[in-house]
Design a binder for this molecule. Structure first.
Ligand code: ZN
Ligand code: ZN
Length: 158
């Protein structure tokens, strides 16, 4: 288990994905919300965890070239619409930013490398915040948020 302190800020869960807000975000960084980028956002919005460009390419039925998926992800990351998740084997996967997708944590499979999203019930989030507070005080650190990663084996690798 890893607790990452100060990485993520708290956002409400189940925030609806707003196409208009994404468009505005992209415009702020000087980019357009092209059809290719819309496809990437649509694909990322329905999966249950971070995905690499190659995985997204597959999930989109292979119709969008993987190089185009890479470029779309880079632009979306630049604009803060998607966030990278760095896997243990150096594989970068992406997911919708927390301000769009809601606050959640990750279950990481040590065997196949799959990363799954998990939302915690309110009482566990409160407990986690309390723990983060204690950890911060140990190191005179001022925490602004947290992200929890649980390592183990996914259902298909067990
Ligand atoms: Zn697995
Ligand atoms: Zn996630």
């Amino acid at each position: 288990m890893r607790i990452i302190i100060g990485k993520a800020t708290q956002y409400p869960s189940h925030a609806p994905i707003s196409e208009r807000e994404i468009e505005e975000r992209l415009a702020t960084s000087g980019a357009r919300y092209t059809s290719g980028r819309r496809l990437v956002v649509a694909a990322l919005s329905v999966v249950d965890g971070p995905r690499s460009a190659a995985e997204l390419h597959q999930e989109m039925g292979g119709e969008v070239p993987v190089s185009s998926v890479y470029r779309s992800l880079a632009v979306l990351e630049q604009a803060g619409v998607v966030e990278p998740h760095h896997g243990a084997r150096g594989l970068t996967r992406y997911e919708m930013a927390e301000w769009l997708a809601g606050h959640h944590h990750h279950l990481v499979c040590e065997s196949c490398g799959a990363v799954e999203d998990i939302e915690l019930p309110k009482d566990l989030e409160v407990e986690l915040e309390r723990l983060v507070g204690k950890v911060s005080r140990l190191s005179s650190f001022s925490a602004s948020g947290h992200a929890l990663e649980v390592d183990g084996r996914c259902a298909s690798c067990r």
